[in-house]
Design a protein around this ligand. Structure first.
Ligand code: DP6
Length: 391
């Protein structure tokens, strides 16, 4: 059977936290134990493209991620579908002429423009794209802030990918999660010269998922309470101010100490959770050294629930940061994606031992050069064919 297919497509960005979300106070609603802050990265380099479609003849909800059909029965996905359908139903009840999309099954097709093998957290971009695509399909009037509450239930960090630029996830206080949502601290245009270099560091063994790791920390770490009750509330204010004031020195310092504290509470968990490896620690040592040599924060490192390193730096310092990375990783995959970097000369600052760079080559498999970018974008690209299947 066939018939009319309604569809809408959107892209959504990856975000990398500079003040980390780690811990849930409600695992069902994905309510966090602390507020967090992130930078949204450019979709030229990292994005998820999702087409959401609905038709009367679809027999069940279906989802394809990067060419593979996935289950639609997970509680997180169901929570997103249910909330979006309920909002659509309100529109249909108010206007009976609207097609009854809330009653139709959904077919969703989603693709990343970056290799899944890179081990980059894609759930944030994935859930943000899914929620935004279905919201567009349903022509929902809800703001990105309101949609962020829905995306949060898919994956906590996804709520921050509903906005571009610099984004806060305010933890909220309400038991129903109605005030736990993302807000924009500053647009991409307000501080456009923020750059990011992602060093993809291959993991040798399977990591503990964020969801499991963070609850181990909540249940067992004694340092964790100090982090959520004392450190983060103050740090949240300072980092928000640093972003508004475009104060990279403060922003960078806070980013590094927060990454380190997040990994410290992981180590303080029982059993301990390890995400960084020797290469990750080499990157920390190198960046600390370079910052010390220059007497200021030239680059700030941060690590999520895996060994990959993200370096934030300002465009004016590209010759220093990319010069160093070129000297350390001349043959690593990824330079060819940014032809302009050909004019940057490899350079090791005086005081850095060139031999110390050798070990980095072994551990880093790819470099992704990107920068701050916008939030979800509507697109005419459609991933679904006339039968409602992936093209
Ligand atoms: C270390 O958002 O992946 O990247 O809510 O369980 O899906 P769930 O967790 P997730 O955790 C992200 C943790 C982090 C820090 C951050 O992004 O703030």
């Amino acid at each position: 059977m066939t018939g009319k297919i309604y569809s809408a497509s959107t892209t959504a960005p990856v975000n990398i936290a500079t003040l980390k979300y780690w811990g849930k106070r409600d695992t069902k609603l994905n309510l966090p134990t602390n507020s967090s802050i992130s930078v949204t990265l450019s979709q030229d380099d990292l994005r998820t493209l999702t087409t959401a479609s609905a038709a009367e003849f679809f027999e069940s909800d279906k989802l394809w991620l990067n060419g593979k059909e996935e289950s639609v029965h997970g509680p997180r996905l169901l929570a997103c579908f249910n909330e979006l359908r309920a909002l659509r139903k309100i529109l249909e009840d108010a206007n009976p002429e609207l097609p009854a999309l809330s009653k139709y099954h959904l077919h969703i097709v989603s693709e990343n423009n970056f290799p899944t093998a890179a081990g980059l957290a894609s759930s944030a971009a994935g859930f943000a794209a899914l929620v935004q695509a279905v919201a567009s399909l349903y022509e929902l009037p809800q703001s990105p802030e309101e949609l962020s509450r829905i995306a949060r239930q898919g994956s906590g960090s996804a709520c921050r990918s509903l906005f571009g630029g610099y984004v806060a996830w305010e933890m909220g206080e309400m038991a129903d999660g109605s005030d736990s949502r993302a807000v924009q601290i500053a647009t991409q245009e307000a501080w456009p010269d923020m750059k990011a270099a992602i060093l993809v560091i291959s993991a040798s063994k399977k990591e503990t998922s964020s969801t499991v790791g963070m609850q181990t920390t909540v249940n067992t770490s004694t340092l964790f309470k100090y982090r959520t009750d004392v450190v983060v509330p103050q740090r949240f204010k300072e980092m928000s101010e640093a972003i508004v004031n475009k104060d990279f020195e403060t922003f960078g310092k806070l980013t590094m100490i927060d990454s380190n504290q997040f990994h410290a509470v992981c180590l303080d968990s029982s059993p301990p959770v390890f995400y960084m490896n020797d290469t990750s620690r080499l990157v920390i040592g190198l960046i600390e050294k370079v910052n010390k040599i220059y007497g200021r924060v030239v680059a700030a490192y941060t690590f999520d629930a895996g060994p990959n390193s993200v370096l934030y730096y300002l465009e004016k310092d590209e010759p220093i940061v990319l010069g160093l990375l070129k000297a350390a990783l001349p043959d690593t995959d990824g330079w060819d994606k940014k032809p302009y970097t050909a004019s940057i000369s490899p350079a090791v600052p005086d005081g850095v031992d060139p031999c110390s760079l050798e070990a980095l080559k072994e551990g880093v498999s790819r470099i992704i050069l990107t920068g701050v970018g916008p939030g979800p974008q509507k697109t005419d690209e459609v991933l679904i064919d006339g039968n409602g299947l992936p093209k």
